[in-house]
Design a protein around this ligand. Sequence first.
Ligand SMILES: NC(=O)c1ccc[n+]([C@@H]2O[C@H](COP(=O)([O-])OP(=O)(O)OC[C@H]3O[C@@H](n4cnc5c(N)ncnc54)[C@H](O)[C@@H]3O)[C@@H](O)[C@H]2O)c1
Ligand SMILES: O=P(O)(O)OC[C@H](O)CO
Length: 317
Amino acid sequence: MSKVAVLGAGAWGTALALSALRAGSRVTLWARSNAAETAASRATPRLPGVALPPELAITGDMAQALEGADITILAVPVQHLRGALADVAPRPALIASKGVEATSRLFPTEFLGWPALGIVSGPNFAHEIAAGLPAAAVIASEDAALIEAAIAALAGPRLRLYASADVMGVQAGGAAKNVLGIAAGCATGAGFGENARAALITRGLAELSRLVLALGGRAETAAGLSGLGDLMLTASSPSSRNTALGMRLGEGLSLDEALSRSRGVAEGVATAPALLARAAALGVEMPICAAVAEILSGRLTVPAAMEALLARPFRTE
Ligand SMILES: NC(=O)c1ccc[n+]([C@@H]2O[C@H](COP(=O)([O-])OP(=O)(O)OC[C@H]3O[C@@H](n4cnc5c(N)ncnc54)[C@H](O)[C@@H]3O)[C@@H](O)[C@H]2O)c1
Ligand SMILES: O=P(O)(O)OC[C@H](O)CO
């Protein structure tokens, strides 16, 4: 039986902790705040209506959560991940967060630099995983033993896991789809219609694919669960915090107003400028992501950003 430590008790960390329990692992969930209340109430506002079983250990003491763990799942938002792990020694870990660190413009495996790291990513809304609905995800690592440990710790009859060695490709997809989700939400909120949303998703996939390839990733990864799969899910559903935030921006709310209504972290907000900087350094054009960054910074309105995208020079597909 694997012993699993999950760091980060937001919607995703909690859902992954429940998956690991279902897979037969012993699980301790570390919460930055309200650990005692959550442990007592067996409920979290991050996953309304979900009962946390008594077998799930919940603690506010990170050392206690990490003690004896075979594998650690990192589910703290990317912008806080480095800080949260400041006192943690490198260990076999699976990164579940999706984004680029704004200050360093690095992906999580790059700024952590631990020797045995993997990524879990794919089209996975936390509330559906918590409810045990069927889903698939990819585990990417250069370390075959880590992939094996991650699959043993997490896979179950309702969660099918695929293996990949394309760590950068999988991370790039997860980061880009959050930014592209904001774009799709903007279009929906502004009432641009379903044709516009489908065009943004399709051309967004072209941007995501160019970035994956430029980072040394594989075309199959861009077309897989962590690329196309996650982009489709995120950009077509108001259950996505990124897409919902875009919808509020499209309706004319300011970024602060849209953020204040968010049900949780919208990683695309901090990721957009950092992802664009990474893309620019690689000579990769990402016009839709650039439009999102302009909207988020307040330099462009949603209608003006759409006009600018439509006015781009003609090109082949
Ligand atoms: N929710 C999903 O469906 C889902 C699915 C896949 C991946 N993700 C990714 O997982 C990550 C976490 O998302 P979430 O949905 O759990 O977010 P959330 O908004 O539900 O919760 C965020 C959690 O992070 C904690 N946190 C905030 N600042 C912190 C800090 N400085 N140190 C430690 N903890 C801190 C908060 O206490 C909270 O528990 C994000 O990168 C997200 O993109 C989410
Ligand atoms: O709610 P979002 O936009 O963070 O998306 C959640 C997951 O990443 C979907 O796979």
